[in-house]
Ligand binder design. Structure first.
Ligand code: L34
Length: 303
């Protein structure tokens, strides 16, 4: 075997989330222009409570990208001491504001707040995060006028744009959060493109996790623990999607930390057929899908 053949065999194809996110934004640009011609400027307001450093990065990126697309992006920054009632009053105002088509309250909220109550306060028609029970229900039913959560929707978009044949395939989702794991499974079991999967959801109480992941044609890791899914847990040729974004201390990195996924990238890429990197995989897709949801919210509002 030549060296080239060895290298080809030893490395999965990289799924480039930055490039796909750019393509999604390009598609949105013409839609935003079309809406503008009808006097509609899609408006997204992101609410950030407190000072979580990772949240600050994501929120800045959301506002910046929405403005780049010709949308009206705004961020409301509130101190961690904000009361539940104050946040609810803000949401009521945003619900009533016709220039605001999408509302997103960045998670996590400070401990004294009840996230569930906050999410239910948002008008489902403006819930571009897809966390309101009405949208969760619509997702499960398969009603297309609701909003699917941005991260799992972004994962599905990656599968579609990379031509992954998902029909009849074994998908193993690791993690049962309401933000990723549960909606991811709901998307993959639907009839349609980038779906039609046989889905298993694994979580912290799953017995023998590796016995499940080794069967999987598609592995989606959303655990929130650095590099716990290793190459020996992956079936040769499987598609590996890494949703985790973990900051691990690294004295040699400029910021004192580096980002790693839930997947041990170096060992997994030796075995996998395709794999997403961290950063540059699912993260950028989350923001692209948020903008896509917001543009549709504006179109559905028709004003
Ligand atoms: N309400 N809360 C609400 N909605 C969301 O959709 C989110 N999420 C998650 C956290 N809390 C939320 C996000 O926006 C995670 N998330 C998110 C968004 C963007 C990126 C990562 C997570 C992202 O752009 N990641 C880059 C690296 C950014 C960096 O340097 O830290 C990447 O390439 O993965």
């Amino acid at each position: 075997m030549s060296l080239a053949e060895v290298e080809e065999g030893a490395g999965a194809r990289l799924i480039d989330g930055v490039a796909v996110a750019r393509a999604v934004r390009e598609d949105l640009k013409s839609e935003v222009a079309e809406l503008a011609a009808r006097g509609i400027v899609p408006g997204l307001t992101v609410v950030l409570v407190g000072e979580d450093p990772a949240s600050a990065v994501y929120v800045r990126s959301k506002e910046k990208t929405s403005v780049e697309l010709g949308m009206k992006g705004a961020t409301v920054r509130l101190p961690a001491s904000t009361s539940q009632a104050e946040l609810e009053a803000l949401i009521d105002r945003l619900n009533a504001d016709p220039a605001v088509h999408g509302i997103l309250v960045q998670s996590p909220l400070p401990k004294h707040m009840d996230e569930n109550t906050i999410v239910r306060r948002i008008d489902p028609a403006k819930d571009v995060d897809g966390f309101h029970p009405v949208n969760v229900g619509k997702l499960l039913i398969g009603e297309k006028d609701g909003f699917a959560p941005c991260t799992p929707a972004g994962v599905q978009e990656l599968l579609v744009r990379y031509g992954v044949d998902t029909t009849g395939k074994e998908a193993v989702v690791i993690g049962r959060s309401n933000i990723v794991g549960k909606p991811m499974a709901a998307l993959l079991i639907q009839a349609g493109v980038g779906a039609n999967c046989t889905v298993t959801i694994c979580h912290s109480r799953t017995k023998d996790l590796a016995s499940h992941t080794r069967r999987a044609d598609i592995v989606i890791a959303a655990i929130g623990k650095p590099e716990v899914i290793t190459g020996d847990m992956i079936r040769p040729g499987a598609v590996v999607i890494d949703v985790g974004i973990n900051r691990v201390p690294d004295a040699s990195a400029p910021k004192g930390y580096r980002l790693v996924g839930d997947v041990h990238f170096e060992s997994a890429r030796q075995v996998a057929g395709m794999i997403t990197p961290v950063p540059g995989g699912v993260g950028p897709m989350t923001i692209a899908m948020l903008l896509k949801n917001t543009v549709r919210a504006a179109r559905q509002a028709g004003k």
